[in-house]
Design a protein around this ligand. Structure first.
Ligand SMILES: NC(=O)c1ccc[n+]([C@@H]2O[C@H](COP(=O)([O-])OP(=O)(O)OC[C@H]3O[C@@H](n4cnc5c(N)ncnc54)[C@H](OP(=O)(O)O)[C@@H]3O)[C@@H](O)[C@H]2O)c1
Length: 334
């Protein structure tokens, strides 16, 4: 059944997502809320909105609004969920869930107390490339050219200095790893399981104005014995953003750009490719899942708890980076 969702925070990424979802009008009526009513009106006009608000609380209180999709800075996320929960509105919250596990747990509890769904908008859970790679790696016998998973490697390199609230350690909750890097942590947790041990170091900082790290190297020990290495940086002087994910098994290797439409399989016998339907950012599948979780009254796939797990890995990497010690992890409490 069709639902109504209010887009809250009319900033940069909201536009990017709306370009992908605005025409899902058989699933949603979209409303818009901004602290600036002119911005909300503009977004509503641009994307065929059903209405707009110049105040988040006003949107939360409006009976026409069933859910709120927050595109706000990370230090706002807890307050945002508390607001929605007070008004009984379901929440789709942009990643990362929060800046600390304590904040994340408070959000999960607030949603539970308010009887609302809380889903984290981790769009990398909804990419066909990752799903197809997992299918191939989980296939039986000869159908599986990869074998037992031994190594996950990721290189994500771009050249863009975080600005505004993202350059502020407290508001962002860290540097680039809690922001863009958490997507790749989500792939690791999704595919390889929750890491048992994490170690991280930081290459020399390139951007002096950024309080958090502008790049990080993370290694992790995964359950079942596989190893993981992530090189995530926004300070590599290359022309355009590159994302490479590789899963190496006992028989072969699968590698891909998560946003692309092709997987490459290497084995000692040669190389082959597997086509998948590209879903750009995966946000259409993501908001559909959010809608269905409300309709079916169940936990969404990317629940608040799943978001907390991703965050816990990021924060363990930060602790390791700070102390120079490896950090042993245990699953966050439910
Ligand atoms: N999944 C992804 O790939 C992806 C990519 C980029 C960003 N994100 C996430 O999306 C969220 C928003 O990021 P963004 O890039 O859209 O940021 P942004 O361009 O700075 O927009 C954030 C919006 O939050 C609202 N806001 C509320 N209180 C604010 C405050 N005190 N200071 C500044 N803004 C405030 C503002 O909207 P109003 O003025 O309209 O109220 C602002 O436009 C973050 O959680 C970020 O991590 C996800």
């Amino acid at each position: 059944m069709k639902q109504s969702m209010c887009i809250v925070g009319c900033g940069g990424y909201a536009r990017i997502v709306l370009d992908d979802i605005y025409d899902m009008t058989d699933e949603f009526d979209f409303y818009f809320a901004s602290r600036d009513i002119d911005k909300a009106r503009q977004y509503s006009e641009d994307y065929g909105g059903a209405g707009y608000f110049g105040d988040y609380e006003e949107a939360a209180a409006d009976p026409r609004v069933q859910s709120m999709y927050f595109f706000t800075p990370h230090d706002m996320h807890l307050d945002n969920v508390n607001l929605a929960a007070r008004h009984g509105k379901h929440v789709l919250m942009e990643k990362p869930i929060a800046r600390t596990v304590a904040e994340a747990s408070a959000m999960v509890e607030s949603a539970r107390d308010g009887g609302i769904k809380l889903m984290i908008a981790e769009n990398y859970r909804f990419l066909n490339t990752v799903d197809r790679a997992m299918e191939i790696m989980n296939a039986e016998g000869a159908e599986n050219p990869i074998g037992d998973l031994r190594l996950i490697e990721m290189v994500v390199e771009g050249f863009s200095s975080p600005g505004e609230w993202r350059a502020n350690l407290d508001r962002n909750g860290g540097g680039v790893f809690i922001d863009g890097g958490i997507h790749f942590v989500d792939i690791v947790v999704n595919v390889g399981g929750f890491p048992e041990l994490v170690h991280a170091i930081q290459p020399p900082q390139l951007y002096p104005n950024v309080e958090g790290e502008d790049g990080i190297l993370v290694t992790a020990a995964l359950p079942g014995g596989a190893a993981c290495v992530i090189n995530f940086s926004r300070a590599i002087p290359v022309q355009s953003l590159r994302q490479v994910v590789k899963f190496t098994g006992s028989k072969g290797r699968i590698s891909f750009d998560p946003r692309a439409s092709e997987l490459t399989i290497d084995t000692p016998d040669g190389q082959s490719t597997v086509e998948v339907q590209a879903v750009r950012r995966g946000v259409r599948g993501m908001v559909s899942e959010f809608r269905r979780s409300i309709e079916e009254n169940r936990e969404p796939v990317m629940s608040g708890y799943e978001g907390t797990k991703d965050l816990a890995v990021v924060l363990a990497a930060y602790e390791s980076m700070r102390t120079g010690e490896s950090v042993r992890l245990s699953l966050p409490e439910r």
